[in-house]
Design a protein around this ligand. Structure first.
Ligand code: AFP
Length: 332
């Protein structure tokens, strides 16, 4: 029996019939995003045959090493998305200032991390692309227009370049997953209205930062490590990929927590991960799948941004586990 496969474009057409806010120009932008990620995957899959893609070529606005593929990925996304009359401007982890496209007619603001986890390139590890789309207000100052809380997002997408290339999308009406067919070079719907289990026995954190964490996070991780003889009464497993997209995809796929909490060596910077184009889109996707996303003290999607590249602590995943971690922060 031929399996009826829904393409990404067909899914967007069905959604547009149900969801009046999904205008044709937004669908077109989202399809351009998917096409740009197909282009990134083609370069990634060449590995060393594509040149030393993990080579450090510059220092970016984050004061972090900018890898060759960070720059290439950023250019590919701009090539596919910085066009037309519907996009007002685009902001990227790799660019200090936004690129303005249609300052008067543009309805959408697009923010992105073109290649998340780029330190994994050299070890052939998983990497990803993260995208957030905000509505543009009538605000004259473009940079100010970007500074909206994550709850304003109209779409969030990530693409995980792993053994398979998976695209995850939310438009505010559930979280959906698509898998790229290398043969047909087409994304097909493979997961609808994904639901994250409310409980988990798996945590995900860079434990080398233990001595820098705040007490609530130490308490939570210590109790997980105590296992069935401790306060939690069960053993826990640990994971850490070093690429947020892959760690979050595990949470979405089987439950768990992903944490890059505040730590003393990052306090002056505000945290490790970026609010506008990492934490916000991932939080939107996770909440739409029944999970929670918090700084420990506040729902991430309610944080009022003050700077395009600001950083934020991230604690997200299975609902009951995040509620427990939040309660430890309140006690603290
Ligand atoms: P890179 O893109 O510089 O590799 O950083 C990836 C990341 O922003 C996020 O995807 C990871 O969860 C986190 O950093 C890993 O940070 P550590 O290297 O400190 O574990």
């Amino acid at each position: 029996m031929k399996l009826f496969k829904t393409t990404f474009a067909e899914f967007l057409q069905f959604e547009a019939l149900k969801n009046q806010t999904l205008k044709e120009d937004l669908s077109e932008l989202i399809l351009n995003i998917a096409d740009s990620c197909k282009g990134i995957r083609k370069i990634l899959s060449q590995g060393y045959l594509g040149g030393d893609l993990g080579a450090v070529v510059d220092i970016n606005v984050q004061e972090e090493d900018q890898k060759k593929l960070d720059v290439i990925s950023n250019s590919i996304i701009l090539e596919y998305c910085a066009k037309g009359s519907s996009v007002k401007a685009l902001a990227s982890e790799e660019m200090e200032k936004p690129v303005v496209v249609a300052p008067r007619s543009g309805k959408y603001l697009m923010l992105f991390d073109p290649l998340d986890g780029s330190s994994n390139i050299d070890i052939n590890g998983p990497v990803g692309t993260i995208i957030s789309i905000l509505p543009s207000s009538s605000c004259g100052d473009i940079e100010q227009d970007f500074l909206q809380p994550g709850s304003n997002q109209i779409a969030a997408i990530y693409v995980l370049y792993g053994p398979s290339t998976n695209l995850v999308l939310t438009l505010g009406n559930g979280t959906y997953e698509f898998t790229l067919s290398p043969v047909e070079d087409e994304f097909f719907l493979t997961g609808s209205k994904l639901e994250i289990p409310a409980d988990t026995s798996e945590f995900d954190i860079n434990s080398s930062n233990y001595r820098f964490w705040e007490k609530p996070v130490r308490r939570y991780i210590e109790e997980c490590l105590e296992g069935k003889d401790g306060a939690r009464g069960r053993d826990f497993n640990m994971r850490w990929v070093g690429a947020m997209v892959c760690d979050v995809h595990r949470v979405l796929s089987r439950g768990g927590t992903f944490m890059y909490p505040m730590d003393e060596k990052l306090r002056t910077k505000g945290g490790r991960l970026r609010l506008m184009y990492e934490a916000n889109p991932m939080s939107f996707i996770i909440e739409q799948a029944g999970g929670l996303a918090s700084t420990g003290y506040q729902r991430i999607l309610e944080v009022q941004p003050t700077n395009l590249h600001q950083r934020i602590p991230v604690i997200l995943g299975s609902k009951n586990e995040i509620e427990l971690i939040n309660s430890y922060h309140i006690d603290y």
